[in-house]
Design a protein around this ligand. Structure first.
Ligand code: ATP
Length: 339
Protein backbone atom coordinates (compact mmCIF):
# COMPACT_ATOMS: atom_id res chain seq x y z
CA UNK A 1 0.00 0.00 0.00
CA UNK A 2 1.40 3.40 -1.01
CA UNK A 3 0.54 6.39 1.14
CA UNK A 4 0.34 9.66 -0.74
CA UNK A 5 0.07 13.03 1.01
CA UNK A 6 -0.92 16.40 -0.46
CA UNK A 7 -1.51 19.72 1.31
CA UNK A 8 -2.63 23.15 0.20
CA UNK A 9 -1.89 26.22 2.32
CA UNK A 10 -5.02 28.08 3.43
CA UNK A 11 -3.51 31.45 2.59
CA UNK A 12 -5.97 32.62 -0.05
CA UNK A 13 -8.35 31.65 -2.81
CA UNK A 14 -7.38 28.50 -4.76
CA UNK A 15 -6.24 29.24 -8.30
CA UNK A 16 -5.66 27.55 -11.66
CA UNK A 17 -2.07 26.67 -10.63
CA UNK A 18 -3.27 24.79 -7.53
CA UNK A 19 -5.78 22.95 -9.70
CA UNK A 20 -3.39 21.92 -12.49
CA UNK A 21 -0.38 21.37 -10.21
CA UNK A 22 -2.01 19.65 -7.25
CA UNK A 23 -5.76 19.10 -7.18
CA UNK A 24 -6.44 17.56 -10.62
CA UNK A 25 -3.54 15.05 -10.47
CA UNK A 26 -4.18 14.23 -6.80
CA UNK A 27 -7.86 13.41 -7.30
CA UNK A 28 -6.95 11.22 -10.30
CA UNK A 29 -4.23 9.45 -8.30
CA UNK A 30 -6.56 8.75 -5.36
CA UNK A 31 -8.57 6.46 -7.64
CA UNK A 32 -5.58 4.19 -8.34
CA UNK A 33 -5.59 0.79 -6.60
CA UNK A 34 -3.39 0.18 -3.53
CA UNK A 35 -3.16 3.86 -2.67
CA UNK A 36 -4.12 5.44 0.66
CA UNK A 37 -4.43 9.19 0.16
CA UNK A 38 -4.09 12.00 2.70
CA UNK A 39 -5.33 15.48 1.77
CA UNK A 40 -5.02 18.28 4.23
CA UNK A 41 -5.74 21.99 4.50
CA UNK A 42 -2.44 23.41 5.71
CA UNK A 43 -3.69 26.08 8.09
CA UNK A 44 -0.76 25.93 10.53
CA UNK A 45 1.39 26.69 7.49
CA UNK A 46 -0.87 29.59 6.49
CA UNK A 47 -0.02 31.41 9.74
CA UNK A 48 3.56 31.81 8.55
CA UNK A 49 2.40 34.13 5.78
CA UNK A 50 -1.05 35.40 6.77
CA UNK A 51 -1.96 37.16 10.01
CA UNK A 52 -5.51 37.84 8.92
CA UNK A 53 -7.89 35.40 10.69
CA UNK A 54 -10.82 36.09 8.35
CA UNK A 55 -8.64 35.30 5.33
CA UNK A 56 -7.44 32.00 6.82
CA UNK A 57 -11.01 30.97 7.66
CA UNK A 58 -12.37 31.94 4.27
CA UNK A 59 -9.51 30.20 2.49
CA UNK A 60 -10.06 27.02 4.52
CA UNK A 61 -13.69 26.90 3.44
CA UNK A 62 -12.81 27.67 -0.19
CA UNK A 63 -10.07 25.07 -0.46
CA UNK A 64 -12.21 22.39 1.21
CA UNK A 65 -15.11 23.13 -1.16
CA UNK A 66 -12.67 23.05 -4.08
CA UNK A 67 -11.37 19.57 -3.24
CA UNK A 68 -14.92 18.28 -2.89
CA UNK A 69 -16.14 19.95 -6.09
CA UNK A 70 -13.19 18.43 -7.97
CA UNK A 71 -14.27 14.94 -7.03
CA UNK A 72 -12.48 14.06 -3.80
CA UNK A 73 -14.49 11.39 -1.98
CA UNK A 74 -14.14 12.06 1.76
CA UNK A 75 -15.24 8.57 2.78
CA UNK A 76 -12.54 6.95 0.62
CA UNK A 77 -9.57 9.13 1.52
CA UNK A 78 -8.26 10.97 4.59
CA UNK A 79 -9.43 14.57 4.27
CA UNK A 80 -8.70 16.90 7.17
CA UNK A 81 -7.71 20.32 8.41
CA UNK A 82 -4.15 20.25 9.75
CA UNK A 83 -4.97 22.16 12.96
CA UNK A 84 -7.74 19.68 13.81
CA UNK A 85 -4.93 17.17 14.39
CA UNK A 86 -2.90 18.71 17.26
CA UNK A 87 -0.57 15.68 17.19
CA UNK A 88 1.09 17.44 14.24
CA UNK A 89 2.33 20.11 16.67
CA UNK A 90 3.44 17.60 19.27
CA UNK A 91 5.48 15.78 16.65
CA UNK A 92 6.86 19.07 15.35
CA UNK A 93 8.52 19.63 18.73
CA UNK A 94 10.07 16.15 18.83
CA UNK A 95 11.44 16.73 15.34
CA UNK A 96 12.60 20.27 16.18
CA UNK A 97 14.81 18.76 18.86
CA UNK A 98 16.59 16.46 16.41
CA UNK A 99 16.67 18.73 13.32
CA UNK A 100 20.03 20.40 12.70
CA UNK A 101 19.91 24.19 12.75
CA UNK A 102 22.49 24.18 9.96
CA UNK A 103 20.12 22.11 7.87
CA UNK A 104 17.36 24.67 8.33
CA UNK A 105 19.75 27.53 7.49
CA UNK A 106 19.97 26.03 4.01
CA UNK A 107 16.21 25.72 3.36
CA UNK A 108 15.13 27.47 0.14
CA UNK A 109 12.23 29.39 1.67
CA UNK A 110 14.46 30.83 4.39
CA UNK A 111 17.40 31.50 2.08
CA UNK A 112 15.16 33.34 -0.38
CA UNK A 113 14.05 35.67 2.43
CA UNK A 114 17.67 36.28 3.49
CA UNK A 115 18.75 36.94 -0.11
CA UNK A 116 15.96 39.46 -0.52
CA UNK A 117 17.06 41.25 2.65
CA UNK A 118 20.68 41.36 1.44
CA UNK A 119 19.63 42.85 -1.87
CA UNK A 120 17.70 45.53 0.00
CA UNK A 121 20.71 46.18 2.27
CA UNK A 122 18.84 44.99 5.37
CA UNK A 123 19.92 42.61 8.15
CA UNK A 124 19.80 38.97 7.02
CA UNK A 125 16.88 38.10 9.28
CA UNK A 126 14.91 41.35 9.08
CA UNK A 127 11.21 40.54 9.07
CA UNK A 128 11.87 36.78 9.04
CA UNK A 129 9.77 34.95 11.64
CA UNK A 130 10.95 31.84 13.44
CA UNK A 131 7.90 30.22 11.82
CA UNK A 132 9.34 30.71 8.33
CA UNK A 133 12.66 29.32 9.54
CA UNK A 134 10.99 26.26 11.11
CA UNK A 135 8.63 25.59 8.21
CA UNK A 136 10.53 22.51 6.93
CA UNK A 137 10.16 20.87 10.36
CA UNK A 138 6.39 21.41 10.39
CA UNK A 139 6.29 19.95 6.90
CA UNK A 140 8.35 16.96 8.06
CA UNK A 141 5.80 16.39 10.84
CA UNK A 142 2.91 16.48 8.33
CA UNK A 143 4.58 13.76 6.31
CA UNK A 144 6.23 11.57 8.96
CA UNK A 145 3.17 11.45 11.24
CA UNK A 146 1.35 9.32 8.68
CA UNK A 147 4.41 7.53 7.31
CA UNK A 148 3.60 8.86 3.85
CA UNK A 149 5.84 7.21 1.24
CA UNK A 150 5.10 9.60 -1.58
CA UNK A 151 4.64 13.35 -1.65
CA UNK A 152 3.77 14.80 -5.09
CA UNK A 153 5.39 18.23 -5.27
CA UNK A 154 6.73 20.89 -7.59
CA UNK A 155 10.49 21.15 -8.09
CA UNK A 156 10.82 23.95 -5.56
CA UNK A 157 9.72 21.58 -2.80
CA UNK A 158 12.15 18.71 -3.44
CA UNK A 159 14.62 20.08 -0.95
CA UNK A 160 11.99 20.22 1.82
CA UNK A 161 11.12 16.56 1.26
CA UNK A 162 14.81 15.71 1.50
CA UNK A 163 14.88 17.56 4.80
CA UNK A 164 11.92 15.50 6.03
CA UNK A 165 13.90 12.37 5.13
CA UNK A 166 16.95 13.70 6.89
CA UNK A 167 15.04 14.58 10.06
CA UNK A 168 13.14 11.27 10.06
CA UNK A 169 16.37 9.34 9.56
CA UNK A 170 18.00 11.17 12.43
CA UNK A 171 15.09 10.34 14.73
CA UNK A 172 15.23 6.69 13.63
CA UNK A 173 18.94 6.64 14.33
CA UNK A 174 18.72 8.27 17.75
CA UNK A 175 15.72 6.40 19.10
CA UNK A 176 15.18 3.43 16.79
CA UNK A 177 18.44 1.59 17.18
CA UNK A 178 17.92 0.75 20.85
CA UNK A 179 14.33 -0.22 20.13
CA UNK A 180 15.37 -2.31 17.14
CA UNK A 181 12.93 -0.59 14.78
CA UNK A 182 12.48 2.46 12.63
CA UNK A 183 9.84 4.87 13.86
CA UNK A 184 9.42 6.63 10.54
CA UNK A 185 9.16 5.64 6.91
CA UNK A 186 11.31 7.97 4.78
CA UNK A 187 9.24 9.80 2.15
CA UNK A 188 10.01 10.35 -1.49
CA UNK A 189 9.23 13.41 -3.57
CA UNK A 190 7.24 12.54 -6.68
CA UNK A 191 7.68 14.90 -9.60
CA UNK A 192 5.24 14.47 -12.45
CA UNK A 193 6.92 15.74 -15.61
CA UNK A 194 3.49 16.17 -17.22
CA UNK A 195 2.32 18.59 -14.56
CA UNK A 196 3.12 22.15 -15.51
CA UNK A 197 3.92 25.11 -13.29
CA UNK A 198 1.47 27.76 -14.42
CA UNK A 199 2.47 31.38 -14.87
CA UNK A 200 0.33 34.06 -13.24
CA UNK A 201 -1.12 37.20 -14.83
CA UNK A 202 2.22 38.99 -14.53
CA UNK A 203 4.28 36.09 -15.90
CA UNK A 204 5.76 35.05 -12.54
CA UNK A 205 4.69 31.68 -11.04
CA UNK A 206 0.99 31.87 -10.23
CA UNK A 207 0.90 32.07 -6.43
CA UNK A 208 -1.52 33.14 -3.72
CA UNK A 209 1.29 35.22 -2.21
CA UNK A 210 1.91 37.23 -5.39
CA UNK A 211 -1.69 38.34 -5.97
CA UNK A 212 -1.27 37.37 -9.62
CA UNK A 213 -3.74 34.50 -9.71
CA UNK A 214 -6.75 33.47 -11.72
CA UNK A 215 -9.12 32.06 -9.07
CA UNK A 216 -10.21 28.58 -10.09
CA UNK A 217 -13.88 29.29 -9.54
CA UNK A 218 -14.11 32.94 -10.50
CA UNK A 219 -17.50 33.66 -12.10
CA UNK A 220 -17.40 33.25 -15.91
CA UNK A 221 -17.26 36.97 -16.65
CA UNK A 222 -14.41 37.50 -14.15
CA UNK A 223 -12.55 34.52 -15.60
CA UNK A 224 -12.82 36.08 -19.03
CA UNK A 225 -11.70 39.50 -17.82
CA UNK A 226 -8.69 38.05 -16.02
CA UNK A 227 -7.65 35.96 -19.02
CA UNK A 228 -7.84 39.06 -21.23
CA UNK A 229 -5.55 40.86 -18.74
CA UNK A 230 -2.69 38.32 -19.06
CA UNK A 231 0.53 40.12 -20.01
CA UNK A 232 1.57 39.53 -23.65
CA UNK A 233 4.19 41.02 -25.95
CA UNK A 234 3.26 43.67 -28.49
CA UNK A 235 3.23 41.47 -31.60
CA UNK A 236 0.41 42.44 -33.91
CA UNK A 237 -2.14 40.11 -35.50
CA UNK A 238 -0.50 38.31 -38.42
CA UNK A 239 2.96 38.44 -36.82
CA UNK A 240 4.34 35.00 -35.86
CA UNK A 241 4.30 34.43 -32.09
CA UNK A 242 6.57 32.23 -29.99
CA UNK A 243 4.38 29.65 -28.26
CA UNK A 244 7.14 28.48 -25.93
CA UNK A 245 7.62 31.83 -24.23
CA UNK A 246 3.93 32.75 -24.13
CA UNK A 247 1.97 32.69 -20.85
CA UNK A 248 -1.26 32.35 -22.84
CA UNK A 249 0.07 29.24 -24.59
CA UNK A 250 1.36 27.66 -21.37
CA UNK A 251 -2.04 28.04 -19.74
CA UNK A 252 -3.77 26.68 -22.84
CA UNK A 253 -1.51 23.64 -22.92
CA UNK A 254 -2.34 22.78 -19.30
CA UNK A 255 -6.00 22.34 -20.22
CA UNK A 256 -6.01 21.21 -23.83
CA UNK A 257 -5.55 17.79 -25.46
CA UNK A 258 -2.42 17.00 -27.51
CA UNK A 259 -4.30 17.71 -30.73
CA UNK A 260 -5.70 21.02 -29.51
CA UNK A 261 -2.25 22.05 -28.28
CA UNK A 262 -0.62 21.19 -31.62
CA UNK A 263 -3.28 23.20 -33.48
CA UNK A 264 -2.73 26.19 -31.18
CA UNK A 265 1.04 25.98 -31.71
CA UNK A 266 0.42 26.23 -35.47
CA UNK A 267 -1.94 29.15 -34.94
CA UNK A 268 0.79 30.95 -32.97
CA UNK A 269 3.28 30.41 -35.82
CA UNK A 270 0.65 31.73 -38.24
CA UNK A 271 0.27 34.91 -36.20
CA UNK A 272 -3.01 34.44 -34.31
CA UNK A 273 -4.16 37.73 -32.72
CA UNK A 274 -3.75 37.89 -28.93
CA UNK A 275 -7.47 38.54 -28.49
CA UNK A 276 -8.31 35.43 -30.44
CA UNK A 277 -5.78 33.29 -28.51
CA UNK A 278 -7.19 34.56 -25.23
CA UNK A 279 -10.75 33.85 -26.31
CA UNK A 280 -9.74 30.25 -27.17
CA UNK A 281 -8.01 29.93 -23.80
CA UNK A 282 -11.08 31.25 -21.97
CA UNK A 283 -13.39 28.81 -23.78
CA UNK A 284 -11.11 25.84 -23.15
CA UNK A 285 -10.74 26.53 -19.42
CA UNK A 286 -14.42 27.33 -18.99
CA UNK A 287 -15.39 24.05 -20.69
CA UNK A 288 -13.47 22.06 -18.08
CA UNK A 289 -14.29 24.24 -15.07
CA UNK A 290 -18.00 25.01 -15.62
CA UNK A 291 -19.44 21.73 -14.25
CA UNK A 292 -17.07 21.89 -11.28
CA UNK A 293 -17.99 25.53 -10.64
CA UNK A 294 -21.63 24.57 -10.29
CA UNK A 295 -20.76 22.00 -7.63
CA UNK A 296 -18.45 24.49 -5.92
CA UNK A 297 -21.12 27.17 -5.75
CA UNK A 298 -23.52 24.70 -4.14
CA UNK A 299 -20.92 23.50 -1.62
CA UNK A 300 -19.66 26.93 -0.59
CA UNK A 301 -23.23 27.83 0.35
CA UNK A 302 -23.21 25.02 2.95
CA UNK A 303 -20.31 25.77 5.30
CA UNK A 304 -21.81 23.66 8.10
CA UNK A 305 -21.82 20.61 5.85
CA UNK A 306 -18.16 21.13 4.95
CA UNK A 307 -17.30 21.65 8.60
CA UNK A 308 -18.88 18.31 9.50
CA UNK A 309 -16.87 16.51 6.82
CA UNK A 310 -13.61 18.07 8.02
CA UNK A 311 -14.20 17.38 11.70
CA UNK A 312 -15.27 13.83 11.04
CA UNK A 313 -12.18 13.23 8.89
CA UNK A 314 -9.81 14.57 11.54
CA UNK A 315 -11.48 12.67 14.36
CA UNK A 316 -11.23 9.34 12.53
CA UNK A 317 -7.64 10.06 11.52
CA UNK A 318 -6.63 10.91 15.08
CA UNK A 319 -8.14 7.74 16.46
CA UNK A 320 -6.75 5.53 13.74
CA UNK A 321 -3.22 6.94 13.34
CA UNK A 322 -2.26 10.21 14.95
CA UNK A 323 -2.91 9.49 18.65
CA UNK A 324 -1.54 5.92 18.74
CA UNK A 325 1.56 7.10 16.83
CA UNK A 326 2.18 9.96 19.25
CA UNK A 327 1.68 7.71 22.27
CA UNK A 328 4.38 5.40 20.95
CA UNK A 329 6.67 8.33 20.16
CA UNK A 330 6.19 9.85 23.62
CA UNK A 331 7.39 6.59 25.14
CA UNK A 332 10.24 6.40 22.64
CA UNK A 333 11.67 9.77 23.72
CA UNK A 334 11.09 9.17 27.43
CA UNK A 335 7.85 11.04 28.09
CA UNK A 336 4.75 9.64 29.76
CA UNK A 337 2.40 7.74 27.43
CA UNK A 338 -0.93 9.58 27.74
CA UNK A 339 -3.09 6.66 26.62
P1 ATP B 1 1.37 30.30 -1.31
O1 ATP B 1 1.68 31.50 -2.13
O2 ATP B 1 0.52 30.57 -0.11
O3 ATP B 1 2.59 29.45 -1.02
P2 ATP B 1 0.61 28.79 -3.59
O4 ATP B 1 -0.60 29.22 -4.33
O5 ATP B 1 1.94 29.10 -4.22
O6 ATP B 1 0.46 29.38 -2.18
P3 ATP B 1 0.56 26.22 -2.14
O7 ATP B 1 -0.70 26.28 -1.38
O8 ATP B 1 1.84 26.36 -1.40
O9 ATP B 1 0.53 27.24 -3.40
O10 ATP B 1 0.65 24.89 -3.00
C1 ATP B 1 -0.38 23.95 -3.13
C2 ATP B 1 -0.10 23.05 -4.31
O11 ATP B 1 -0.34 23.77 -5.53
C3 ATP B 1 1.35 22.54 -4.39
O12 ATP B 1 1.31 21.17 -4.77
C4 ATP B 1 1.96 23.38 -5.47
O13 ATP B 1 3.00 22.68 -6.16
C5 ATP B 1 0.79 23.65 -6.39
N1 ATP B 1 0.96 24.92 -7.09
C6 ATP B 1 0.99 26.15 -6.54
N2 ATP B 1 1.17 27.09 -7.48
C7 ATP B 1 1.26 26.44 -8.67
C8 ATP B 1 1.46 26.86 -10.03
N3 ATP B 1 1.59 28.13 -10.36
N4 ATP B 1 1.51 25.90 -11.00
C9 ATP B 1 1.38 24.59 -10.67
N5 ATP B 1 1.19 24.13 -9.42
C10 ATP B 1 1.15 25.04 -8.42
Amino acid sequence: LTRVLTGITTSGTPHLGNYVGAIRPAVAASRAPHVESFYFLADYHALIKVQDPARVQRSTLEIAATWLACGLEPDKVWFYRQSDVPEVQELTWFLTCVAGKGLLNRAHAYKAAVDKNREAGEDDDAGVSAGLFMYPVLMAADILLFNANQVPVGRDQIQHIEMARDIGQRFNHLYGEAAGKDYFVLPEAVIDENVATLPGLDGRKMSKSYDNTIPLFAPRETLKKLIYSIVTDSRAPGEAKDADTSNVFQLYQAFASHEETAAMRRAFADGIAWGEAKQALFERIDREISPLREKYDALIAQPAHIETILRDGAQRLRERYARPTLDALRSAVGLRDLS
